[in-house]
Design a protein around this ligand. Structure first.
Ligand SMILES: C[S@@+](CC[C@H](N)C(=O)[O-])C[C@H]1O[C@@H](n2cnc3c(N)ncnc32)[C@H](O)[C@@H]1O
Length: 217
């Protein structure tokens, strides 16, 4: 891997840093031995949000290798949240590597997030008084993102968030187009119960531009 040092790279642009990170770091980062595909600036935003919101149900849509699933579940325990972590993926690979953590508080569902059966299973875990946070990080196509927003929008609690990851696909030369940011821009115009909270992008560098959606009513 090409090494980068601050003194040699103070003049690179944010765009150049994003491509550097995507190429060298993004798929090469681990948490407790499992790959976690997460930009470190977004990770600190998540940390801040979890402490602030203390969600009793976290739903991760798309887990890939399970590193971020475990990170989220560990944060719930560290913060002292008495709740459930639910993760969904089409593939069973993370389900297998996470099997030793599975319990009635760590639920792994193998299936299509937009299959009505999957949606019903997820909903069956949510009780009165829960604070629900959703992180959508699956196919990143316009259609899949739009459908997930429609299928799960009612279970996010007021004051909490529906986070749509990887809107950078629409801004940079990578990933699928039209992607998650385009889906959000179209969806939000018909959903006044939500607003895009751009304060969550205060570190400027994020993989989730326009992706921190706050339920306001
Ligand atoms: C970007 S990766 C998830 C990364 C993970 N959240 C992380 O932070 O490390 C996307 C995952 O979404 C899954 N996926 C794609 N389409 C899906 C769908 N319709 N329903 C459920 N999972 C899906 C893929 O199998 C893949 O493992």
């Amino acid at each position: 891997m090409e090494k980068k040092f601050l003194e040699d790279n103070l003049s690179i642009t944010v765009r150049e840093w994003m491509y550097y990170h995507q190429k060298n770091i993004h798929f090469n980062q681990k948490y407790r031995g499992l790959n976690m595909i997460k930009n470190p600036f977004d990770l600190i935003v998540y940390e801040e949000m979890l402490w602030e919101l203390k969600p009793t149900v976290i739903i991760e849509i798309g887990n890939a290798f399970g590193g971020f699933s475990l990170w989220l579940y560990d944060r719930m325990k560290l913060i002292g949240i008495d709740g459930k972590f639910i993760t969904i993926d089409l593939a069973s690979s993370a389900d297998i590597s996470l099997s030793r953590f599975k319990s009635d508080r760590f639920i792994s569902i193998v299936g299509d997030c937009n299959n009505p059966m999957t949606v019903d299973i997820v909903k069956s875990y949510i009780g009165q008084g829960d604070t629900v946070l959703i992180i959508e990080d699956s196919a990143h196509t316009f259609d899949n993102t739009f459908k997930a927003l429609e299928n799960y929008k009612d279970i996010v609690t007021v004051g909490s968030y529906f986070i749509i990851e990887d809107g950078i696909c629409d801004l940079l030369d990578l990933g699928i187009k039209p992607g998650p940011m385009s889906a959000v821009e179209r969806w939000i115009s018909g959903n006044p119960n939500y607003k895009i909270d751009r304060d969550r992008e205060r570190y400027i560098i994020t993989y989730n531009p326009k992706g921190y959606l706050k339920r306001i009513k």
